[in-house]
Structure formats: C-alpha cells, structure tokens
Design a protein around this ligand. Sequence first.
Ligand code: DI6
Ligand code: FE
Length: 400
Amino acid sequence: MKTLWQNCHAATMAQGVYSIIEDAAIVTQGEHIQWIGPRAQLPAGDYPAVTDLKGAWVTPGLIDCHTHTVFGGNRSGEFEQRLQGVSYAEIAAAGGGIASTVRATRAASEDELFASAAKRLESLMDDGVTTVEIKSGYGLDLASERKMLRVIRRLGVELPLSVRSTCLAAHALPPEYVDRADDYIEHICAEMLPALAAEGLVDAVDAFCEYLAFSPAQVERVFITAQRLGLPVKLHAEQLSSLHGSSLAARYQALSADHLEFMTEDDARAMAEAGTVAVLLPGAFYFLRETRLPPMDALRKHGVKIAVASDLNPGTSPALSLRLMLNMACTCLRMTPEEALAGATIHAAQALGMAASHGSLEAGKVADFVAWHIDRPADLSYWLGGELEKRVVRHGVEID
Ligand code: DI6
Ligand code: FE
C-alpha cells in the first residue's frame, strides 16, 4: 500500500549529518521508502493514503546497537556497594559482578527472561527505538547461552522491533572454568559457537577483551572461529585498560569496537582504515564514574564513524532510555547533538551491518521512522528522559 506522509520536516541522517529537508514529503510503498524530498518536488500521482504529520520532525527510527537486555535479577545491591567505595573490579573479584547475573540468568526460565526483557524493550521503544541489538553472555554454558539467544530471537518475533542477536559467550569466565580460560575459549570455539550458529541463533560474535576478562590472543581465537562460520565480529575493547583490542578488531574487519575510553590514536587509525565503527557507551561511562574520555579528537580526525548505544545491562549501565544516552553523549563525551543522532541512527546501523537498509531516510530503505513533536532535532538530545510526543512508523505502518 502506498502512503504519503506530509506536513513535516525531515532530518534524513544520510551521510551521517542531519541533511535537513524542510517541508518534506515521504512516500512509502509497503515496507519501504519509495521517495523522500521537499514537498514541492513530490512526484505527481495517485496517493490513496495521506497522513498529516502536523509539523513534526521526522528522523530514522532510533537504533540501539549495543545492549545486554536479557538477564535475570538485577544488581542494585552492588550499586549501593559501589557508592560506599567498593570498585567494580573488587566486586567482580569477590564473585559478584557478571558472575552474579550469570547465576540469576541460569536459574531463570525462558519465559521469565522473555517477560523481563520485553518490559525493558518497551521502555526503549517508548523512546523511538525501532531496532535493537541484544547480546547473550550471561549464560556462559551451551544450554544457558542457547536459552538467552532463543529469548532474543523470540523478542524479535513477538515485539514490533527489529532485533539483532550477538553471541557474547566470551564475556566472562564461568565458574566451571576457574583458572582455565584457554580451555573455556576452546569450548566456545569447538562446541558453543558452531552449535549456536548452526541453529540460526547468531547474527554476530562479540567478546570482552580486558584484563579481567579475555586477552587479545584469546579473543583472536574466537574471531578466527567466527570468521570460519561466516559471522561478523564486534568487541568490547579498551573499557578499563589499553590492550589494543580495537586494533585487533580492525584486523578482523569488525563491525564495531565498543567502549574505547583507553584506546590510542593508532587504534583509531586502524579502525578508520577497516571501517570499524566506534560504539560509545556514555551510560557505562557515567555509571562507573569514569573520568577518562574516549579520544574524541583522534576518532574525528581519522574519520571513524561514531555510534552511541545504551549498553543496557544490570552491572554498568541500567539504562532504559536511548535519548538519555544521547544527552550523556553530548554532556559527558562532548559530542554534538548532530553527532549523537547520527550515532543512534546511521552509524548504529553500520555497527550492526544494516546500513544498506536502515539508519537513514532514503529511497529504497526500510520505512522505519519517528515523527517527533519537537521544535528542532537537537531537542532529542536536550531533554533528560520523559516521554516525547511522537508517532512511530515501522515497516511503513504506524505502531504508536
Ligand atoms: N562491559 C560492560 O560494561 C558490561 N559487559 C562488558 O563487557 C558489563 C556487564 C555487567 O557488569 O554485567
Ligand atoms: Fe556491553
């Protein structure tokens, strides 16, 4: 069905900038954008359905390209401990941290995990999110990782949201493998990834490259396996220390390297050459009271594409609003509102390998967009939380 959407302005985000069209018109045909441009240039023709957007600003549907939305329990107790001065690394060393979420996630049923994750996704969708990536990584054995990935797939089927699934089996060392990290990596490569990939549960493979997680050499073994299975890779890198995981990710043409507070200019150069997106996670930066900024100038100088995501997880970023992350990207990481919006649209799409079909308002792309009743696009990174008045269109159909 062909629909004309008009009486609006558009920030198309083509080429990673606002690319504003005032008094725009959008023609959708089925699930796709057929035409977008100034209303004065609208091709003559028959438009059976016309929607008046009443002066709204239309942006691409927001894309949260890094989340750990599926998990059991929560860690507000650890939050209180950290406020008393105990560090994230100390909590992890005492058996808390990721390990405590692993226990709760292993104990939860698929239905319980689905229900709690669906609620969190409702919050993200209230913010105009139409695509989300979700990682496993709180199961850490074959059956529990499979359980998480099945929940992630089911969320994409049952909610009006496009969901990408990432296997993060190399997130932390499970209790069964204490002091045997190489054996766990071998188990991931020989058993877990091949089985989960064969079941169609995995769109990409991620790992946590950090002194309290896995070394670059261990991560590389996971990347080699992913490559053999034909799966793209991503990496948590340079969050707490500088191991040059982001350069390693670039060598494997990773879709993205994420966090990056401790990356160097050489890492930025390598990522730019490989087209690896820098995914910045201001929620974790804020929640851990990090003071070291990712090297914003080096990222810009070398032309690395920058995305912004929530990192929604129970330990370091219990963030239920992507727009709040846009604000933090500006306030804490010194991005501009224009960069922040590109970070949650076109660059986020690239971080998921979806830029050919998502992330900007262009003819031929999927018709996922939000019509916001705001004065200017910068309002999206200006308001702290709350719910903005808006209409959400997914696959050419209004859903909200
Ligand atoms: N970095 C993070 O910020 C999250 N995982 C990761 O590799 C933290 C996950 C958690 O603490 O539960
Ligand atoms: Fe993360």
